[in-house]
Ligand binder design. Structure first.
Ligand SMILES: [Zn+2]
Length: 486
């Protein structure tokens, strides 16, 4: 059994230091990670999916390296603006109904591309009390102040404000005194931000010591991350548009309240571009994940999204997704041929020297991942592995079952990092339930071919195709793989 060796160390880009750093958790082998989740008032688009996918790969990789990871990702189920209120009226549904619908859809969409369940998916609406406590603390410490329309955070009191986003102090002075009521604001609009917004009863509201209303967006993530991961934790992630104001404000609130460093490493994905523009809801330029999955399949889409490094903009291109299917297919074939050799209980001396080649490629994979999660390069190692296996079979014939098993033991953990839950679901499928019938049909096809009855032989091939099964003919005989689960 091959166990992962910490031969090289993970290095990641920290938005806070603006540098690549060697990853060293606060507590030896324990890692706490908080990933900003979806605002559940619409379906997930490709830009979100890419972000969640990267953190899925990161969590899996950290666990692969032997870390005990606690993974927390929130669900923002308090997001109310004029557009939402208008929609509630138009669709004649309650806020609660809207949130429930899209929360369900969010988890379905996560599942569709093979994402892990986080250890905790806290809902903002379930943590109002924690948010109120945090706001109270900020008022006590004089960072928060109460006005007629809510509670605000005084950014001029937090001397390190701007350390994540690089917003300069001059801008702060220019903006000082101004208050930002909305959640959507830009760099020109630096100012004190809302911790609690007072509202009236015709909007969804919660009770607080400062009257009915709702919490500001930023306080939600500070309260929930610290509840589940402690006042100081290792990794906080998000998309690049979270850097300012969301994460900058999270740092200000949390560090002002605790007097401790909030997060050690801040990681951000860059945007997905569609026709040269940022994919986002506010620009109305987006493709929903569920539509893309339906069109291209989840394996192809997942691989495609990981073929660009997370700190590079991804130019969404449908041709690229189609091309990803070539790699997916080759990996499927290589893995399932090995499974087949085990089911057939092949006994030969073929395959021992292939193990060294695979082992070297595995190290290449790890080195790529250690280099700031270089998924495109890691995927290249997987492509090479599939190619090596297929060429080897072509040249030397069926691989001995115990060597096949050994190779699968090396590959399962690393391929799962890239394909997530889709690996066991769609690649390393349980072939045993198809084995008997398919082998029987192949036998028949072989006989027909020997008799020169190619027409009838092709009928069998086509029947198998209908079952989602493809045949590949070699000098030594035919192998099959499940290309589509029907
Ligand atoms: Zn957040």
């Amino acid at each position: 059994m091959v166990t992962p060796v910490h031969s090289s160390k993970l290095r990641i880009y920290n938005t806070l230091s603006k540098d690549i750093e060697e990853f060293q958790p606060i507590n030896k082998d324990k890692v706490g990670i908080y990933a900003c989740g979806l605002t559940v008032n619409d379906y997930m688009h490709i830009g979100h999916a890419r972000t969640y996918l990267i953190w899925d790969v990161l969590v899996r990789y950290l666990r692969f390296k032997g870390y005990k990871v606690t993974y927390v990702s929130n669900v923002t189920d308090i997001s109310i603006d004029d557009k939402i209120l208008k929609r509630l009226k138009e669709e004649n549904i309650s806020f609660q109904q809207l949130i429930e619908k899209y929360t369900m859809a969010y988890f379905e969409d996560r599942e569709s591309i093979g994402l892990l369940r986080a250890d905790v998916h806290p809902l903002a609406t379930q943590h109002i009390q924690e948010m109120i406590e945090l706001i109270k603390k900020l008022i006590e410490k004089d960072y928060g102040y109460v006005t007629e329309d809510g509670v605000y955070f005084n950014i001029s009191k937090f001397k390190e404000y701007g350390k994540l986003s690089g917003i300069r102090s001059q801008e702060l002075i220019a903006g000082a005194g101004g208050r930002i009521k909305a959640d959507e604001y830009d760099k020109e609009n630096v100012g004190d931000f809302a911790l609690w917004k007072k509202t009236n009863t015709d909007e969804p509201y919660w009770y607080s010591p400062w009257g009915i209303g709702r919490p500001g967006w930023h306080i939600e993530c500070s309260a929930m991350s610290m509840k589940y991961l402690g006042e100081s934790f290792d990794i906080h992630t998000g998309g690049e548009d979270n850097i300012f104001p969301h994460h900058e404000n999270e740092i200000a609130q949390s560090e002002a309240a605790t007097g401790k460093r909030f997060v050690k490493y801040w990681l951000h994905t860059r945007h997905v571009l569609l026709g040269g523009e940022k994919m986002s809801k506010s620009y109305k330029k987006l493709i929903y994940l569920r539509d893309a999955v339906k069109k291209f399949g989840s394996l192809n889409l997942r691989l495609y999204l990981l073929q660009t490094h997370y700190r590079k903009q991804l130019l969404y291109d449908e041709k690229g997704i189609e091309e990803a299917s070539l790699t997916v297919n080759r990996i499927k074939k290589a893995i399932q041929f090995l499974q087949l050799f085990i089911l057939k209980n092949i006994s030969s001396n073929v395959g021992e020297n292939l193990i060294d080649t695979i082992e070297n490629k595995r190290i290449e994979f790890i080195e790529a991942m250690d280099d700031d999660l270089n998924t495109p390069l890691a995927i290249k190692s997987l492509q090479d592995i599939a190619k090596e296996i297929l060429q080897y079979i072509e040249s030397y014939g069926p691989i001995d079952s115990k060597f096949s098993l050994k190779i699968l033991e090396i590959l399962d953990p690393i391929i799962t990092i890239i394909f997530g839950n889709l690996y066991s679901r769609e690649i390393r499928i349980d072939m045993s339930k198809y084995f008997w019938i398919v082998e029987k049909m192949l036998e028949e096809r072989n006989l027909l071919r020997k008799e020169g009855n190619f027409e009838k032989a092709d009928i069998i091939r086509n029947k198998l195709k209908e079952m989602g099964i493809e045949i590949e003919d070699f000098k030594f005989g035919s192998l099959w793989y499940i290309s589509k689960i029907t």
